[in-house]
Design a protein around this ligand. Structure first.
Ligand code: ATP
Ligand code: MG
Length: 233
């Protein structure tokens, strides 16, 4: 579904992503782990069209999408749940969901609000509440629900567990699992390497802008290097 080749992304003269390659197959759950500053967010921003790659190629469903802007990519089925949620604080939950659906003109949108509220009953109870007044966990739920309103085929998630208490992290991961079970393909960036590798079937390890390891999630969980650097052992 997604094929990334020799992708380079930079900020001015600084190269943050230095020629990485990765693939995600249709229906797969793939994780990208790595330390702070490794280039994970930069990668997801390039894949979702928020940053233009300086080199390399991105193919999505056999189409070259390198450098296409975010609104084009959303239309083709790629949605990002950004790091730090990025909810519209002064809009209500319902309005945030509407923003997620703004590219759609089909009559199924109404049903998708219900799907979002079924997946996240906490959002349903609070639908008229301003997003800025939600708890961190609720904002994360809203960020995921908003992304789902575009009916993505490929969902890019950037650190959904960040800053959340263990119980809320569990809840968020359960919903991510439920989303995947509906057939949405996932590329998940996570600091919590253990959780990510337990959820996903394959993983990539990123260091200083490069992919240094790529393997099945089970093998990565057993890999001494990974255990030492990312699992605190
Ligand atoms: N807007 C920016 N301008 C300049 N440099 C940036 C910018 N955003 C990120 N960088 C740099 O790019 C590199 C990769 O950052 P990135 O945010 O992609 O890392 P990350 O792997 O997501 O880290 P974290 O786990 O802390 O979220 C870092 O060295 C960072 O300082
Ligand atoms: Mg990041």
């Amino acid at each position: 579904m997604l094929e990334v080749e020799a992708l380079e992304v930079g900020y001015g003269g600084i190269r943050a992503v230095k020629g990485i390659g990765l693939t995600v197959r249709d229906g797969e759950l793939v994780t990208l782990i790595g330390a702070n500053g490794a280039g994970k967010t930069t990668t997801l921003k390039a894949l979702s069209g928020l940053l233009r790659p300086s080199a390399g190629r991105v193919r999505y469903n056999d189409r070259d999408i390198t450098g296409l802007p975010a609104h084009e990519l959303v239309k083709s089925g790629i949605a990002l749940v950004p790091e730090g949620r990025g909810v519209f604080a002064r809009l209500t939950i319902e309005e945030n969901l509407a923003m997620g659906a703004y590219i759609r003109r089909d009559p199924d949108v109404a049903a998708d609000y219900n799907r979002a509220y079924t997946l996240f009953p906490r959002l349903a109870e609070r639908r008229k509440q301003l997003a800025g007044t939600l708890s961190g966990g609720e904002q994360q739920m809203l960020a995921i629900a908003r992304a789902l309103m575009s009916r993505p085929k490929l969902l890019l998630l950037d650190e959904p567990s960040m800053g959340l208490a263990p119980l809320m992290v569990q809840k968020i991961f359960e919903t991510i699992k439920a989303v995947a079970a509906e057939g949405v393909t996932l590329l998940l960036v996570e600091q919590n390497a253990k959780l990510a590798l337990e959820l996903c079937s394959r993983g990539y390890v990123m260091e200083s802008g490069m992919i240094v390891l790529a393997d099945d999630a089970d093998s990565l969980l057993r890999n001494p290097q990974v255990r030492h650097a990312y699992l605190g052992e």
